[in-house]
Design a binder for this molecule. Sequence first.
Ligand SMILES: NC(=O)c1ccc[n+]([C@@H]2O[C@H](COP(=O)([O-])OP(=O)(O)OC[C@H]3O[C@@H](n4cnc5c(N)ncnc54)[C@H](O)[C@@H]3O)[C@@H](O)[C@H]2O)c1
Length: 332
Amino acid sequence: MRRTPDQGNDREVLGSLTVGGSVFFLILKRYQETRLTILRRREKRMMCSWARVSRFLRVLVCRAPLCVAMQMSRTSATQRDGPHKDKVAIVTGSSQGIGLAIARRLAEDGAHVVVNSRKKVNVDRAVKELKAENLSVLGVVCNVGKEEDQQRLVTRALEWQGGIDYLISSVAVNPFVGNILDSTAEMWDKIFEVNVKSMFLMAKLSVPHMQKRGGGSIVFISSLTGYNPLPIIGPYAVSKTALFGLTKVLAPTLTPMNIRVNCLAVGLTRTNFGNVILKDEALTDFLMKANNVVRVGEPKDYGGVVSFLCSSDASYITGENIVAAGGAISRL
Ligand SMILES: NC(=O)c1ccc[n+]([C@@H]2O[C@H](COP(=O)([O-])OP(=O)(O)OC[C@H]3O[C@@H](n4cnc5c(N)ncnc54)[C@H](O)[C@@H]3O)[C@@H](O)[C@H]2O)c1
């Protein structure tokens, strides 16, 4: 059968159309594949972002209340203004009596205060009382007569607030009342271990941290009996006299570090410790008359004095033994 010229042209056209179609089909296929890859990548990226967003939300939901609670517990005190705003103080022997009153006053004046004593139940009670007053306190149970406990007290303060500015050593024991000749070597060891040595060792441990803060203040709590010794508490009275010497030796050593050391000798005060004397009415009367004192001291009589000694208002006072004893005149 013969082909017409038109039939031949049709075939060529058809052939070229088929080739063109395949090329077009290939391009289309490649385009679709590329598009699919892009879409998959985009989807993957979105999945990743969503994963990140959902992880962030999960963390936010789970941890936020914890962070807020922690922040609130910290800021409750940092919001307190006063001469000791953002300062950190350790007060030894502060679950009751004079130490507790000093801890309270320093915290009221803006400081974060580490409260300490030997028994957990007493520390917990003091901390609860002070926290109820919206004060920033941390309780640490330890016996400052033991070196490993002293280190723990300092470490806990550092973990809590990152530094130490003030050390107030208020701790004391008196296991002996009577004729000094009846006191034993063990009694003297115990009295000097806690009342004198622990005061020095706590100061030694705190000094490098005060230095890091550019300075600090140390206050030892002594007694009028350190000046005017009462013979029936002889070894204790001698330990309190020793603190005047410690203050005089330590102060010039620490002055170049901008750390001040002072000692506060307090008078007969209404505390468990003071009860050794106060329960004997005749003796109390005699002491008050002999010392020209019209009332027995209260723990809160000393908080303001210590707060002042730690403050910048007292920046020119160091190496001093100060008496707060309701009119009693020191005789030494
Ligand atoms: N109360 C007075 O009449 C009187 C008089 C003169 C001087 N002081 C001095 O005042 C300071 C405070 O005495 P206070 O009357 O408030 O006594 P306090 O008995 O009321 O308080 C003493 C605190 O020290 C704690 N403590 C005792 N030994 C400790 C140790 N090894 N480690 C840790 N904590 C310990 C006790 O648990 C308590 O919290 C003492 O240095 C004392 O010598 C008191």
